[in-house]
Design a protein around this ligand. Structure first.
Ligand SMILES: Nc1ncnc2c1ncn2[C@@H]1O[C@H](COP(=O)(O)OP(=O)(O)OP(=O)(O)O)[C@@H](O)[C@H]1O
Ligand SMILES: O=P(O)(O)O[C@@H]1[C@H](O)[C@H](O)[C@@H](OP(=O)(O)O)[C@H](OP(=O)(O)O)[C@H]1O
Length: 421
């Protein structure tokens, strides 16, 4: 068990069916029935090659279908389908604040459509294709929650669910049913399936994240981590207060463009600024090493269960020393600017909720700064997907099952931020 497939990949992916990863698409279909004819879907639709988890084509199950910038999710289980459609309908109407905010965290919803598949009309949910703008889409499906069965689950379903991804769910409150990565170091597309995901535990999940982030042989890319964290923090903020939904077996889909990472690595000079940390991010992270000299950043990196809170800034004199030092050594230093911005935007208040509101806009600014100095658009995102088991919140309670998974994932990404450059 392990990596499901590694397929030689032309760097420039074309738009035609499976171009650039034809072999990889084989994992979505039965090997003897892989040709497009077998699918018997309209000519302007294709099997969605960037699907990394979930139901694949097998018997009466169908995988995701790609159609003009959207993905079509076939409804094969009526109850699950109905719940998911109702969920998207409610959210798209967004009659209250919770749903208005949530709308931003889920793929755009375009209703349902009947698609003739193998001669039968199948209802499909039409969603924005979250990979559509990316040249080399790296995609990871992270199923959130220790409990993945809903309140209507049968005994058999509960037993089945409890038997899967045991270590990862027990220790992290999430699991990884699949991911794909365009590996920069060898120009190959690698796909990791649920069999690999089921072997993961708290010690190996961080390694799987690094593999996904193209950070097996080099430190993770800071701008990439920041982009993911920015999305994750917003979802966390929402999940901390919402009492409308309880999600079971729902996922976060992490998507980024390896092409942009490749470009960044090519154009970026050798990193000269590295963060030093001893063991845990929960300790102050106050030293940076710039050209082998230790200097105070004032950026604590200190985090609480409540989220990313930074400690009191160091004295203005120390900050000035740092700025002067960096200015002398490297003009237009992105890290330096981000530290300054973080100092300003986080303002070190304890009133986290209030602080977060004002930070949203600042994040955009930080992200712009961090992503690249030439292009400002983002190239990584996180969205919530799969609402086949979205239920009204029981007793108006917080969805702690979901929140805990998000918190743990964020903690791992924050640790990666410390390692990043
Ligand atoms: N909007 C989207 N854009 C791009 N890819 C998507 C989108 N929605 C889903 N996918 C892809 O399809 C996969 C399966 O999606 P989803 O979890 O909704 O299906 P499912 O069959 O209900 O899954 P499960 O078997 O876990 O219940 C995801 O892992 C992802 O790779
Ligand atoms: O990760 P695995 O091992 O593929 O396990 C599947 C996963 O839990 C799916 O969420 C579930 O579909 P639903 O969410 O629709 O229940 C499916 O049930 P199924 O086998 O009954 O389709 C499971 O087999």
């Amino acid at each position: 068990m392990g990596k499901s497939e590694v397929v030689p990949m032309p760097i420039h992916k074309q738009d035609s069916l499976y171009a650039g990863c034809k072999g990889a698409a084989f994992s979505l279909v039965d090997p003897v029935e892989e040709d497009e004819e077998y699918l018997e879907i309209p000519a302007d639709m294709q099997l969605f090659e960037n699907q990394v988890a979930g139901h694949m084509i097998k018997g009466k199950q169908y995988g995701m279908i790609k159609h003009k910038g959207t993905v079509l999710k076939p409804i094969t289980k009526p109850k699950c389908g109905q719940r998911e459609v109702e969920f998207y309908e409610e959210v798209s109407k967004a009659s209250d604040e919770t749903r208005r905010e949530l709308k931003d965290f889920v793929p755009k919803y375009f209703g349902t459509v009947k698609v003739p598949i193998k001669g039968t009309e199948i209802d499909c949910i039409v969603l924005e294709d979250l990979t559509k703008h990316y040249k080399e889409p790296c995609v990871m499906d992270i199923k959130i929650g220790r409990r993945t069965w809903d309140p209507t689950a049968t005994y058999e379903k509960i037993v089945n669910e409890e038997a899967k991804y045991q270590d990862s769910k027990r220790d992290l409150a999430f699991c990884i049913p699949g991911f794909q990565v365009y590996q920069i170091y060898n120009n190959q597309l690698a796909k990791f399936d649920k069999n690999y995901g089921k072997t993961l535990n708290k010690d190996t999940v961080p390694l799987a994240l690094k593999t996904f982030l193209n950070a097996e042989t080099s430190p993770p890319c800071r701008s990439l981590i920041v982009q993911f964290l920015a999305s994750l923090w917003r979802i966390q903020m929402w999940a901390r207060k919402q009492r409308t939904y309880h999600f079971y077996s729902s996922s976060l889909l992490l998507v980024y463009d390896a092409r942009r990472l490749r470009e960044l690595r090519k154009t970026d000079p050798k990193p000269i600024l590295k963060l030093q940390r001893s063991t845990s991010l929960y300790r102050p992270l106050s030293l940076a090493v710039l050209n082998n000299e230790k200097i105070s950043t004032g950026f604590s990196g200190q985090l609480t269960k409540e989220g990313p809170i930074l400690r009191t800034p160091t004295s203005p004199t120390k900050l000035k020393q740092f700025d002067d030092y960096v200015a002398k050594n490297r003009s237009n230093n992105v890290w330096q600017k981000s530290i300054r911005t973080l100092k300003r935007t986080h303002s070190f208040q304890n009133d986290y909720d209030k602080d977060m509101q004002s930070k949203r806009q600042d994040y955009t600014y930080i992200l712009d700064e961090l992503c690249t100095e030439q292009k400002s658009e983002l190239w990584a995102t996180v969205k919530m997907i799969d609402f086949a088991h979205a239920f009204p919140a029981e007793k108006y309670q917080i969805d702690n099952n979901y929140l805990e998974g998000i918190n743990n994932l964020i903690r791992l990404f924050e640790e990666l931020l410390v390692e990043s450059e």
